[in-house]
Design a protein around this ligand. Sequence first.
Ligand code: KG4
Ligand code: ZN
Length: 349
Amino acid sequence: MKTGDQFAGDEFIVLGIESSCDDTGVALITNDRKILANIVISQNSEHKKFQGVVPEIAARSHMKNLDDAIKSALSEASISIQRVSAIAATSGPGLIGGVITGCMYAKALSSTLNKPFIAINHLEGHALTARLTNDIPYPFLLLLASGGHCQFVAVLGLGNYKILGATLDDAVGEAFDKVAKMLNLPFPGGPHIEKRAKLGDAHKYILPKPIIHQQNCNMSFSGLKTSVNQLIKSIGELDNSHINDIAASFQYTIAQVLSTKTLRAAEIFTEISNAKNIVIAGGVAANQYLKEYISAKISVLGYSLITPPISLCTDNAAMIAYAGVERYSAKLFNSLDFCPRARWSLEEI
Ligand code: KG4
Ligand code: ZN
């Protein structure tokens, strides 16, 4: 790969923008999957005191951060904006203020530079990350586990997704965040629960696993969350060992649910394909304990578990730019009148 502005022939670079939640991201990726830059400006400190993401604050911060993020990305890649071949931006689903901010910014750049605009579904970004990092072929089975989504998806090809099962209530990341809040741990809660769980006894408290025995790959986490709440009330004042034991027992219960349902999803997936790759993507895929637990269960049946590196599991623009690379190669562009969407299922792409 040449550096700077000296690209030639079929080589291309996609600039990706991510702004669907509380991180402002800008990335540059080449046709041969080189990440030239991947800038994330976190808004954690602005939302921390509210123990959750405040949509209005997020949208304003994206507006403030995008210019800087783009300048930093171009400078890190040592290229000028004219060298970019297409602009890809998360255009849904997500917090609509942030989605509109990133999408409009991308459209303005596309119009000014006269380069194609590509509207990326944020979930497609998560879904394809493992192809960026591990070069795995289509089709594969995906467990998308993030703060807003929890679903099993047969990824059959670019833009060809079939949802096999999903949570009926809370997303698994949301359950981590809510339980963390009950335990007075900082937001986002997932990494803090994982850390505390290492110090606790996973068998101390027996927690419910709603609908685990149903012969499908749907999931439910809200009853589990309510049980943890009742448990905390029954204990009264929590000391460190209570917090560690509850974190460990909760995480162990999630591991049991996700591994059981992954095996069900794999069974359903066999009716579609013989492929043996299972990918976990989304923020919860950063959890090492869950990955090891699920991997041990599925490897017995000949499946391989693939998870992108942690920095590409949580929201980032590299995954958006990469989905843009696949769409650019397939000449799948969008017109500038594309409307950003708060809700946008993978099956509707
Ligand atoms: O994909 P993501 O960055 O944003 C969404 O699109 O939702 O996922 C964020 C979610 C949060 O709920 C966060 O608590 C969870 O991912 N998460 C984790 C871990 N790291 C992040 N959950 C469990 N264990 C972790 N280590
Ligand atoms: Zn996400």
